[in-house]
Structure formats: C-alpha cells, structure tokens
Design a protein around this ligand. Structure first.
Ligand SMILES: [Zn+2]
Length: 94
C-alpha cells in the first residue's frame, strides 16, 4: 500500500468487498474506507467493522513485523479471534 490520503467511515453506495475478510457488503452498509496513492493512481480499500476492530485491537501483535496487509489477511491470520469479534459485533444483539 502507498501513502494514505484519507480514511474514515461511510455508507457504501454500491456493493463493496471487505479487503480484510473478503465478505461482500450490500449498499448502505457502513464501512471503513481508506484512499491511498499507489504508483500515481488513487485506490480505495474497504474494511468491514469486524476487520477494523481486529486491526485496531491487535495491530501490535499481528502486524508489528510486517506493515503490509494482503487480501483476507485480517481474517486468515487469526480466524478464531476474528470470529469472536464478528460474533460480538454482528450476532450478539440480534
Ligand atoms: Zn472484513
């Protein structure tokens, strides 16, 4: 990933795939986005709330040694931890 230009939360207007876990989300879902410059083009990645939480919580242990995150890494590096957070964010209040 190149330089981050802007990031934040927004309601998506069309279907977007989460970079961290590969799930596809429907329009109007709130997701975290990140615009970044890479070889002269601007790209946007989206993260669902689960992946963002995993990243915020565990940045130090997961990604301390390599700053790069690849597609579906956030889920695959520690699936049990990811699922636990997913459950607490998405299932607990149903
Ligand atoms: Zn995700």
């Amino acid at each position: 990933m190149g330089d981050v230009l802007s990031s934040g939360k927004r309601k998506i207007r069309k279907k977007q795939q989460c970079f961290g876990c590969g799930r596809v989300f429907e329009p109007k879902t709130e997701m975290n986005f990140c615009n970044y410059a890479d070889n002269g083009t601007v790209n946007t990645t989206y993260l669902c709330m689960v992946c963002q939480t995993v990243l915020d919580d565990d940045k130090d242990c997961f990604f301390k040694d390599n700053g790069e995150i690849y597609f579906e890494d956030i889920k695959n590096i520690d699936p049990e931890c990811w699922e636990e957070i997913r459950y607490s964010l998405e299932e607990k209040n149903k």
